[in-house]
Design a binder for this molecule. Structure first.
Ligand SMILES: Nc1ncnc2c1ncn2[C@@H]1O[C@H](COP(=O)(O)OP(=O)(O)OP(=O)(O)O)[C@@H](O)[C@H]1O
Ligand SMILES: [Mg+2]
Length: 361
């Protein structure tokens, strides 16, 4: 969990506000809507997790937080604002308007470390490029900053390793390099898109610990994306659950673990060994998510939902308020007891305790 907890009566400022974003892409098979009415708010020092199956729109959502649109015939509505920093809507400003904010205010660790680095350029030079993109420094000062960044992200003997090429680095070291590049401009907001997916379990834990250390030290806000709820639950203050381009639930991690409100969230939890009560079987979600082409504005989880009723097929999937800050897109959320069968979450524990060390793939 981030350092958000010891707040003493002061509400932290909002650093990013996404309001009702929709992204559509015109393709030969129809209009795809990877992001459909997504709203979220991120406060200073907060760690927000976004979880969802492959193709649910996590990457397109994250990129839109930087004002980036998918390739092809993409269009958007809605807005992304950085209060006090950005005049206007990041989605409307284009590369020219946004470039000065990338790296400096908001950075993204891309999903695939192997293809994100230049294979024929030395690691040190790639980090140096990121450093000099934000600051005019002498050669010596740049080299010092590169070594400082490499050691900060845990690359051993950086003065030697900076001469290596990407193929000489392990997956974990490549991921650390991408984190160093993302941090080169001291951003206030870091978006980490599946930073641990390609790594084995031990290295995954090391990278997560590194991210959370950095987040605490620097006081950054972090958006952590994963298809694995056990990863998200370990370190996030709040969780947004995506399904077929929509946020179907958003709540504090503790609330998600104790009282999931959406059948999809509950189903994700019931597939995680540490989240299920000892005497309960693990279950998997049958069926597959819908294709994101010409989708109806009614519940998209209905065909896979064990609690679906006929009326769910006509309900216009509004995001409903739950408790003080939670949101859910299920018309039945009040009447369902979705926590049945889940392991109890200790009151004093951080969000991670019930499922630490469990990685479902
Ligand atoms: N440029 C594009 N043109 C057409 N379709 C696209 C484009 N970019 C994304 N999509 C589609 O949008 C949907 C969401 O993609 P996205 O990459 O955001 O998913 P994701 O949740 O990040 O998945 P994963 O877990 O596999 O990374 C997918 O169906 C994808 O095929
Ligand atoms: Mg993705």
């Amino acid at each position: 969990m981030s350092s958000l907890a010891p707040l003493t009566g002061r509400v932290r400022p909002v650093v990013l506000e996404a309001d009702d974003i929709c992204v559509t892409i015109r393709t030969s098979s129809g209009v795809v809507t990877p992001v459909d009415h997504v709203s979220l708010q991120l406060r200073q020092g907060e760690v927000l997790g976004i979880v969802g199956e492959t193709g649910s729109g996590k990457t397109v959502t994250c990129r839109s937080l930087l004002g980036l649109m998918p390739s092809g015939q993409a269009s958007h509505t809605g807005s992304v604002r950085y209060p006090g920093v950005l005049d206007g809507n990041a989605l409307d400003l284009g590369r020219r308007g946004m470039r000065k904010h990338w790296g400096r205010y908001i950075s993204m660790i891309p999903q695939n470390p192997m293809t994100s680095l230049n294979p024929v350029q030395r690691i040190g030079d790639q980090i140096a490029e990121a450093v000099t993109a934000h600051q005019k420094l002498s050669k010596g000062a740049t080299a010092e900053r590169v070594i400082e960044l490499m050691s900060r992200v845990g690359i051993p003997v950086p003065e030697k390793r900076l001469r290596d090429y990407p193929h000489q680095f392990s997956g974990g070291m490549l991921q650390r390099t991408l984190i160093a590049i993302a941090l080169a401009g001291n951003p206030k907001v870091l978006i980490a898109d599946e930073p641990t997916t390609a790594l084995d379990v031990i290295i995954q834990d090391q990278i997560l610990s590194l991210l959370i250390d950095l987040q605490r030290d620097i006081g950054m806000s972090l958006v952590l994306v994963s298809h694995d709820l056990s990863v998200i639950a370990q370190i996030c203050d709040r969780v947004g659950v995506m399904y077929a381009g929509q946020l179907v639930e958003m709540a504090a991690t503790q609330d998600i673990l104790r009282r999931p409100q959406h059948p999809y969230t509950a189903a994700l939890l019931k597939s995680l060994p540490g989240a299920v009560a000892r005497d309960q079987p693990l279950t998997t979600i049958t069926g597959s998510p819908p294709r994101l082409v010409d989708l109806p504005q009614t519940c998209r989880f209905q065909p896979r939902c064990p609690f679906a009723e006929d009326a769910c097929g006509t309900w216009p999937t509004d995001l409903l308020h739950t408790g003080d800050t939670g949101r859910v897109r299920c018309r039945r959320h009040d009447e369902l007891d979705l926590a049945a069968g889940l392991a109890p979450v200790p009151a004093a524990a951080g969000p991670s305790l019930p499922i630490v060390g469990v990685h479902a793939h």
